[in-house]
Design a protein around this ligand. Structure first.
Ligand code: NAI
Length: 340
């Protein structure tokens, strides 16, 4: 069936593609930061996606090697590597989807906001180039802090006159991936086909899984279990940062999550109906200008930002307490972009 919703269908993106006419349209995906910890496995996963006809790998260095390597995989996408700023334009030209995992990752003891000073500048310069070379592309922002880098991107695009709120996404799919894995494991429900929305933002308490809307629900879970699962989802990134002990943050699970989200964007562009993913977008769902919630994807990117649905008291509290932190992170991004 072509009409499964949420990421239940997209977790099988490697094995199945949807086609309206027997042949999928040409689609170019560019990955900026492709030689990095996320970039490399993400390049492989995107190369495996049959919806992609052209894969453009950009980084400040190292991409010719990654591209040569990935290009030997016998799938549809033609691979090209670009290194250094003078090749960024070529890397971006004609892109339908641009995925950005460029920037520094966390080390133990760091919050995502500690990355702001370095990553804000990187995101700003990459988005300036996107506005120039592929202003219509869907932008999938992975670089942290997502709560601030998405507002930075929006400001850059506004300044360039290219901003389309339907085409800018903060990738929060890893939070959904984690919430699914943790809940299904603890509640002993099959993880395949399990679904749960995660809303808010992408850092600490701003990550709010709505386990009351899980399908199927695990009746065995107590309120304390739900609290613990919420905390584990919020701190899933830190779990990995600590286990890697100075060697970075989530890369492999993030590459998977990034590939799932990009696949959903491509399906939307190709007109596949009922593609719904949680993502951090411009939003009217709360008083904040950006917010992650379920979003229906289509031919122009965001087709519809879906509401939160009914919340438990615990989730209502979580929502209330995340608003000030998320607001501050958004404002920090906007301020940076306006001052630089
Ligand atoms: P990494 O350090 O392994 O790779 C980053 C890559 O970006 C490097 O290859 C570097 O050369 C490249 N880069 C730096 N400046 C660049 C520029 N101006 N243009 C193009 N490329 C540039 O880091 P990793 O582990 O791949 O993480 C990347 C980012 O993703 C970090 O900001 C991290 O916090 C974020 N992240 C986001 C997650 C999410 O759920 N949204 C989850 C995990 C990480």
């Amino acid at each position: 069936s072509a009409s499964e919703s949420c990421s239940c269908s997209s977790s099988h993106f490697i094995h199945r593609s949807y086609s309206t006419s027997g042949s999928d349209p040409e689609r170019k995906v560019a990955i900026l930061g492709a030689a990095g910890g996320i970039g490399q496995p993400l390049s492989v996963l995107i190369k495996l996606n049959p919806l992609v006809s052209s894969l453009s790998l950009y980084d400040i260095a190292g991409t010719p090697g990654v591209a040569a390597d990935v290009s030997h995989i016998n799938t549809r996408a033609e691979v090209a590597g670009y290194a250094g700023e003078e090749q960024l334009g070529k890397a971006l030209e004609g892109a339908d989807v641009v995925i950005i995992p460029a920037g520094v990752p966390r080390k133990p003891g760091m919050t995502r906001d500690d990355l702001f000073n370095i990553n804000a500048g990187i995101v700003k310069s990459l988005c300036t180039a996107i506005a120039k070379y592929c202003p219509n592309a869907l932008v999938n922002m992975i670089s942290n802090p997502v709560n601030s880098t998405v507002p930075i991107a929006a400001e850059v695009f506004k300044k360039a006159g290219t901003y389309d709120e339907r085409k800018l996404f903060g990738v929060t799919t890893l939070d959904v991936v984690r919430a699914k894995t943790f809940y299904a494991g603890k509640g002993k429900v099959p993880v395949d086909g399990f679904n749960v929305p995660v809303v808010g933002g992408h850092a600490g308490i701003t990550i709010l899984p709505l386990f009351s809307q899980a399908t199927p629900t695990a009746d065995s879970l107590s309120d304390d279990d739900i609290k613990a699962l919420t905390k584990r989802t919020q701190e899933g990134g830190t779990e990995v940062v600590e286990a890697k002990a100075g060697k970075g943050s989530a890369t492999l699970s993030m590459a998977y999550a990034g590939a799932v989200f990009a696949d959903a964007c491509l399906k939307g562009l190709n007109g596949v109906p009922d593609i719904v993913e949680c993502t951090f977008v411009q939003s009217n769902v709360t008083e904040l200008p950006f917010f992650a919630s379920k979003v229906r994807l289509g031919k122009n990117g965001v087709e519809e930002v879906l509401g939160l649905g009914p919340l438990s008291d615990f989730e209502k509290q979580g929502l209330e307490s995340l608003i000030p932190e998320l607001k501050a992170s958004i404002e920090k991004g906007v301020k940076f972009a306006q001052a630089n």
